[in-house]
Design a protein around this ligand. Structure first.
Ligand code: GTR
Length: 320
């Protein structure tokens, strides 16, 4: 996979040599085109191309062509890749305070998460990514994540006992699973379908659009609406490349980033509804969940990290 990725990047870099100020921004995403995140980055590309008379364009490497999200972030930090769209779930290891977003039941609702990421908390976190070699361009929606597995509906935390549940590659999610009684196993998104198929894990957790479009429902047909995490998406630019751009290019990227965020939120709502309908149609066994016991059982995780993230957690809670 690494060789294929390197060859692809090298080939497109050659193609990108054009007029002196021309810049082809390569951007990766684990999702296919037609997903809200990829289509939003495509809209950003159109915006950039219009603004710069075609000098700046975005070439999207979708569908995990460049591998998983951790590697993508590394490539962007190195400047080998200009941009990537990933989950905030994998950004915690770069700027620790992002992990406040990765704690279970921290956001009261999607609206609450919007108010947080659109306000000073979100903007400050984006700015702090510079220390990790990244320029934070914006957030996107990813709804709420719920459990799915092969064995049974999850109605109460005890139902998770004995299940091997794939989590994103960030140790904080292993703690979350332990608190709930399950066994959290970090695996890259691009390796998850096979892990479900071969029984390396019994289940995973994600929002309805990802569960559907990755065909995970074929392997794990119980979907239980625990909505335990609201983890936003984020798109970031390489600081190495950014520092070589002129101000007008940076301004154009900033302005078109807003187009991407807005577009994604609009597409997300529609996609989420459609995904739920489609999952039902495919015979997935979906169950509603009383969230109170899940909130209660995950309190120790919020307490464990509470001190570390006290300042930002306090600010998040104070947001309406
Ligand atoms: C999806 C998200 C991806 C990826 C994936 C995962 O909801 O859009 O960026 O993080 O979840 O679970 O790894």
């Amino acid at each position: 996979m690494k060789h294929v990725a390197a060859a692809l990047l090298a080939a497109t870099s050659l193609l990108a040599v054009g007029s002196a100020s021309a810049l082809e921004i390569k951007s990766s995403d684990v999702h296919a085109m037609g997903y809200p995140t990829t289509d939003a980055i495509a809209a950003m590309g159109e915006c950039l191309s219009e603004k710069t008379d075609g000098d700046m364009t975005i070439n999207i490497f979708h569908s995990m062509q460049l591998g998983g999200e951790k590697e993508a972030l590394e490539q962007v930090q190195l400047g080998a890749l200009e941009m990537t769209r990933v989950s905030v779930g994998v950004v915690g290891p770069i700027v620790d305070d992002f992990n406040a977003f990765n704690l279970p039941y921290v956001f009261r609702s999607i609206e609450h998460s919007h108010h947080v990421v659109d306000g000073p908390i979100g903007q400050d976190l984006l700015a702090r990514l510079e220390s990790g070699g990244l320029i934070g361009l914006g957030f996107m929606d990813a709804g709420a994540r719920s459990f799915y597995n092969k064995e049974r509906p999850i109605e109460k935390p005890e139902d998770l006992q004995g299940l091997k549940v794939r989590v994103m590659q960030n140790p904080i999610f292993i703690d979350m699973m332990s608190a709930m009684g399950g066994n959290g196993i970090p695996i890259a998104f691009n390796e998850l379908y096979t892990a479900l198929q071969t029984g390396v894990v019994d289940g995973a957790e994600n929002n309805p659009p990802s569960y559907l479009t990755q065909n995970h429902y074929e392997q794990a047909g119980y979907y239980s609406l625990t909505e335990h995490l609201i983890v936003p998406e984020i798109f970031v630019f390489s600081k190495k490349v950014w520092d070589g751009l002129d101000e007008s290019q940076q301004t154009a990227i900033r302005e078109c980033s807003k187009v991407a965020t807005e577009k994604e939120r609009e597409l997300w709502q529609k996609m989420e509804q459609e995904a739920m309908a489609k999952l039902e149609e495919m015979g997935v066994k979906i169950n509603e969940v009383d969230k109170a016991p899940f909130i209660e059982i995950t309190a120790p995780v919020r307490e464990k990290f509470g001190e570390k993230y006290a300042e930002i957690l306090g600010k998040i809670e104070a947001v309406e």
